[in-house]
Design a protein around this ligand. Structure first.
Ligand SMILES: Cc1cc2nc3c(=O)[nH]c(=O)nc-3n(C[C@H](O)[C@H](O)[C@H](O)COP(=O)(O)OP(=O)(O)OC[C@H]3O[C@@H](n4cnc5c(N)ncnc54)[C@H](O)[C@@H]3O)c2cc1C
Length: 504
């Protein structure tokens, strides 16, 4: 159907006002491609950018979209390529005006926020009240709401849940414009956001599931998220500008350890024991390149560091947080014992202190943006949630494959036990030169997807066509997902073709 651009513009303008809408080609161009390099091929200009200021605005925009069959995309900080328009005349909903922390409940440790509240913003306010939440490596600039709806992995998942499991009450505008409130927000006057499971409907599995639905099932306009106890300073203590930033955290707030193990199996056995002992705030097994990327200020420095550490396959990274006066001493002793029992050793403090960004990165990360530094291109090759043993086997196989077939791409990985080891998360990523190796990176990605389907791994973060490739290996779940898309979004306007192409 051809879109009457002028008419739709006028209706949207009536809703948000002339200052909060644009179809200027320069503005549209800025919204045509996200920072994610692999999205380059899908680059497309949208038709309109609107900045809604309220729930009413959002409902009106979504109703206009339905009436005139115009696709719309809600965006956060606009990082993921699913924010790029797939169809002409798409309406981008940018929430910069809806950026308020509506409530911070200290006693029950949660905050109610609007869509454009960023991690840095929420964390900074929470710290003043002795609360915090970890910032994922997509950075403090990303939207808390968008990241709680999509992905949601961070550096403290050993202790603090993956964010799919940290969503409480939700205000959700369905793709048709109707309003649905989830959890306790769906009960009474609609203003109680403290709980996700009820007494109103709990449809968080449908609203986001494990990996997220990428704006394909409507727009979330308000969300409550969990916060966690904080014993550090009220203000995140840093001076200067990256890459010369200096952090002045109190010496006794946190302690970082790096462990080396003869084999990955020994390291994973140690991870199991650390989880059983229930110690530590953050625990990762990271490959050398992963540890070096954020520390390096240039490509040259990155290559030199990788070379210097080339005989070290991986590190165990463990961080203690001072949650009570004696916890750091106790955790040190327990960690040392576990490392020894599993043939490992902890590096001397003098060496670990060189990693001066380890602690601040765990608290308020900006690491991923720096991962892009060394080569300019980054993407996830394989990413799974499984038991640690299963992850270990698959990781070995996938690393061998990369080494043999794509020896010229740099790869790195990390493995995090989730919620004290009940399951785990692995991301095996590639670094590539976006100018000379883009095609190779695409090919590598699509092979990874096929391998996931063959090996029936529990894949995190799959989207769009990926569901049709993976579905047949997993009980044909893609058929159910398509039915859901068609019934909730009958006019196929909510960020098509996500989470799956409803037209097929
Ligand atoms: C280098 C790099 C590193 C990354 N590291 C991490 C990481 O460590 N952890 C992690 O979890 N993710 C990570 N990501 C993945 C992902 O890009 C981010 O989780 C997410 O993009 C961050 O939030 P955002 O504000 O940019 O969201 P956006 O990219 O703007 O949005 C993400 C998705 O959510 C949808 N959405 C946004 N707002 C709404 C809304 N109000 N209602 C409904 N849907 C909405 C969008 O349509 C889009 O599909 C990384 C990405 C990159 C490029």
């Amino acid at each position: 159907m051809t879109v009457n651009h002028k008419l739709v513009y006028e209706l949207l303008e009536e809703t948000v006002g002339p200052d909060h809408i644009s179809d200027d080609p320069a503005v549209l161009e800025a919204y045509s491609r996200t920072g994610w390099v692999l999205g380059r091929k899908l680059k497309k200009r949208p038709g309109f950018v609107v900045l809604p200021g309220s729930l009413d605005d959002v409902q009106a925009i979504v109703r206009t979209a339905n009436k005139y069959s115009v696709p719309f995309i809600p965006v956060g900080s606009f990082l993921h390529w699913s924010c790029q328009a797939s169809y002409p005349e798409t309406i981008i909903l940018d929430f910069k005006r809806m950026n308020k922390i509506l409530k911070m409940d200290e006693k029950n440790m949660y905050a109610v926020i609007e869509p454009f509240v960023t991690y840095s913003q929420l964390q900074a306010e929470a710290m003043k009240k002795k609360l915090w939440l970890p910032v994922p490596s997509s950075g403090g600039n990303t939207s808390v709401l968008a990241n709680h709806l999509f992905c949601g992995s961070h550096f403290a998942m050993h202790r603090i849940p993956y964010y799919a499991r940290a969503v409480l009450g939700v205000e959700w505008v369905l793709p048709t414009g109707e309003l649905l409130r989830l959890g306790s927000a769906g009960y009474g006057d609609g203003d109680n956001y403290f709980w996700g499971e009820g007494p109103g409907p709990d449809l968080r599995g449908l609203m986001r599931g494990y990996g997220g639905v990428l704006g394909g099932l409507g727009v979330v306009t308000k969300i409550a998220v969990r916060l966690y106890p904080w014993t550090g300073p009220e203000i995140f203590p840093c001076r200067g500008v990256y890459p010369e930033k200096i952090f002045d955290f109190p010496q006794d707030l946190a302690k970082l350890y790096l462990g080396l193990f003869p084999t990955t199996e020994d390291a994973v056995n140690a991870v199991y024991e650390i989880c059983k002992a229930e110690i530590g705030m953050s625990l990762h097994l990271v490959s050398t390149a992963m540890a070096m990327a954020p520390m390096s200020k240039s490509r040259e420095e990155f290559m030199n560091l990788c070379q210097a550490f080339k005989n070290v396959k991986e590190f165990l990274l463990f961080m203690s947080f001072k949650t009570s006066p004696r916890v750091i001493d106790y955790e040190k002793k327990a960690l040392q014992k576990i490392a020894e029992e599993n043939k490992g050793m902890l590096l001397p403090d003098e060496m670990v202190s060189q990693l001066r960004e380890g602690i601040p990165e765990t608290i308020r990360s900006s690491v991923s943006m720096r991962i892009l530094n060394p080569t300019g291109g980054y993407d996830v090759f394989r990413s799974w949630a499984e038991s640690l043993d299963k992850l270990l086997d698959q990781l070995k196989e996938a690393k061998n494959f990369l080494q043999e077939k794509y020896g010229d791409l740099i790869y790195f990985y990390y493995m995090i036990p989730l919620e004290l080891g009940h399951f785990g998360h692995v991301e095996l990523s590639i670094l590539y030169d976006p100018v000379t190796q883009l095609e190779e990176a695409y090919e590598c990605q699509s092979i990874g997807l096929k391998q996931d389907a063959e090996q029936k791994m529990y894949v995190t973060g799959s989207a769009g066509v990926a569901h049709d490739i993976l579905g047949p290996s997993y009980g044909n779940y893609q058929l159910l997902l398509r039915k859901i898309k068609k019934s909730i979004d009958p006019n196929n306007v909510s960020n098509p073709p996500y989470p799956i192409d409803g037209e097929k």
